[in-house]
Design a protein around this ligand. Structure first.
Ligand SMILES: Nc1ncnc2c1ncn2[C@@H]1O[C@H](COP(=O)(O)OP(=O)(O)O)[C@@H](O)[C@H]1O
Ligand SMILES: [Mg+2]
Length: 269
């Protein structure tokens, strides 16, 4: 369980970036953290991994205040995948890159191997184990980032805009792996994104930040019910969701939309 209570934060000498944020994410949830650029999503997630600490208020993980901890203290609990996949690459092979964390923990090599193999399998990266990480495609680098985080067996995984710049198929692939990780290993997933399609298809709950304020915390579905404040928060519904809301149908694909509209019109379209 991860919890922020009345958290305020500002970068040095800067304006407030997070204002009085409270939220609680239970074990096993799959939550979208939404908001336009600069709304404070990355900053909030940095607080969750103890990279920075609140000016006031507190962050708790499994009920314990993390104010005195550093990211390394939380490595077993919170895994983090950064926005830029190239930033993390240090090693010569995919296997060694994923093994880096477990080796730092001085685990026996047999155990390292086991954890790495599992992380690679869970992210569909087994066939690339001996590849040079920099030769991977953008989408594969993203999955490598997830494998690196998973190799330490975290209970919570925070993913910062990892679907940006990927085509539809790559996005779908990584999201399906994440869905399995969440469902089969009960790992809590906090997905930072401003992609409303991804939020709608894969998450049950969304938290929306706007200019450092929490402006929504509830069922993701509710964001698609024609709320006018979405525009105000700088979020844009995909065309299909806008049309579905306008015509008051629930459709996840264009074909389903057409079918429902036809039914609504009494089969005459
Ligand atoms: N290292 C930093 N130093 C100063 N200001 C920062 C820094 N990182 C982010 N900010 C500012 O904090 C605000 C929130 O940024 P961020 O958390 O990165 O938002 P998001 O991830 O939602 O795009 C923005 O106004 C941004 O300019
Ligand atoms: Mg960000």
């Amino acid at each position: 369980m991860i919890e922020a209570e009345a958290v305020n934060y500002a970068y040095r000498r800067g304006e407030p970036v997070l204002n009085d944020i409270s939220c609680k994410i239970e074990d096993g949830e799959f939550v979208a953290l939404l908001g336009h650029n600069g709304s404070g999503k990355t900053t909030l997630s940095r607080l969750f991994m103890a990279l920075v600490h609140p000016r006031s208020g507190c962050v708790r993980i499994d009920g314990d205040d993390i104010a005195k901890l550093e990211p390394a203290d939380l490595a077993d609990k919170v895994g983090y995948v950064f926005q830029n996949p190239d930033l993390q690459i240090l090693e010569e092979t995919v296997f060694d890159e994923v093994a880096y964390g477990p080796r730092c923990k001085k685990l026996l090599e047999g155990q390292v191997q086991k954890q790495v193999e599992q992380a690679l399998a869970t992210t569909g990266m087994t066939e690339f184990a001996q590849a040079y990480p920099r030769t991977l495609s953008f989408g594969q680098k993203r999955r490598l980032g997830v494998a690196v985080a998973l190799a330490l067996n975290p209970r919570i995984l925070i993913l910062d805009e990892i679907t940006n710049g990927q085509d539809k198929l790559e996005k779908q692939k990584i999201m399906e792996y994440l869905q399995n990780i969440n469902a089969q290993q009960n790992i809590t997933i906090i997905l930072i994104t401003h992609d409303m399609d991804i939020a709608r298809m894969y998450t049950q709950r969304s938290i929306v930040l706007n200019n450092g304020n929490k402006v929504f915390d509830g069922a993701t579905q509710e964001l698609y019910s024609g709320r006018e404040d979405l525009q105000e928060w700088g979020l844009h519904l995909p065309v299909l969701a806008r049309l579905s809301s306008e015509f008051q149908v629930q459709a996840l694909s264009p074909a389903e939309f057409c079918r429902q509209i036809t039914v609504k019109a009494g089969g005459t379209l």
